[in-house]
Design a binder for this molecule. Structure first.
Ligand code: GTP
Ligand code: MG
Length: 262
């Protein structure tokens, strides 16, 4: 998976700006990632907007929204705040987690820093627990190259079970490949089969018990395994958020709390 032969630079990307569109979108794509990995740089390059970027963390706290057009279809892009995890320990983490869970985007691009992949993969694995439609964008490959870090993108994609796209977003490199890969994932042309993190036997047994009960309550709306794990964490913020979402949507009470307390 070479970088240069699949990249045509930011010039070509700029032709795709969906300016002046109303709120219609064919697909919704979220950008998630640790702080300072270049999410807003990717967002700006794809949408032509000017979301603030800089080299200190925590700038994007609220969701920024923009659009681009690919093969006549409108993609709404959501720039999520940078987070190290989705455990809702901060406003940023809660905003990102709630969007991934309740916004239910058609695909999520997790932007990783190529110079510290190991730390960044932690978030990718967490996102993979919520959604299967995911693309890993390994950004800052120019920096990694400068530091003589070599990454086997093919092996990474095989291990993760999702497409991996190397980019240097500040120079527009790899973004054309990213746009095509996103299109492949949202249309189902590219199949994803994300790696499933397995926990201890005790936790897995509890998940097995909870998962079918949760599915009965929430159907296919939410990822039952992820909800089961959060319930085992006794993460009240997720439980409340799911209850509120369903109450707003269908006027239903799920009784999820009763399930976990049972
Ligand atoms: N060298 C290099 N720098 C980059 C690249 N992409 C982004 N940057 C720089 O990295 C810094 C952070 O980029 P942002 O786009 O603001 O990062 P972010 O992920 O949106 O940050 P938060 O909103 O804080 O989460 C900026 O100075 C960018 O210019 C890249 O591919 N190569
Ligand atoms: Mg940002």
């Amino acid at each position: 998976m070479g970088l240069t032969n699949q990249s045509t630079g930011s010039g070509a990307i700029k032709e795709r700006f969906g300016r002046g569109q109303n709120n219609r979108a064919d697909y919704v794509v979220a950008l998630a990632g640790n702080p300072n990995t270049g999410k807003s740089t990717v967002f700006n390059a794809l949408t032509g907007l000017n979301q603030h970027t800089g080299n200190w963390p925590g700038k994007t706290v609220l969701l920024a929204e923009g659009r681009y057009i690919h093969q006549g279809l409108i993609y709404k892009l959501i720039d999520l705040p940078g987070t190290y995890s989705l455990m809702a320990n901060s406003v940023e983490e809660q905003v990102a987690r709630d969007y991934l869970c309740f916004g239910r985007p058609d695909a999520t691009v997790v932007v990783l820093d190529a110079t510290c992949l190991e730390r960044n993969l932690n978030l990718a694995l967490q996102v993979m627990e919520i959604t299967t439609r995911l693309i890993v964008c390994v950004n800052l490959v120019d920096e990694a190259r400068r530091k003589k870090i070599q990454i086997d993108y093919r092996a990474l994609a095989a291990r993760l079970g999702v497409p991996v796209v190397p980019t240097a977003a500040r120079n527009g490199l790899g973004l054309e490949h990213l746009i095509k890969t996103v299109s492949g994932v949202v249309t189902g042309r590219i199949e994803t089969k994300p790696y499933v993190v397995r926990y201890s036997k005790e936790i897995e047994n509890a998940v097995c018990r909870l998962e079918p009960k949760i599915k009965q309550l929430v159907g296919e709306t939410f990822n039952a395994r992820w909800l089961a794990l959060r319930l085992l964490d006794r993460d009240e913020t997720v439980i409340d958020a799911v209850e509120n979402w369903l109450a707003r949507k269908d006027g239903l009470r799920t009784g999820i709390k009763e399930v976990v307390l049972a």
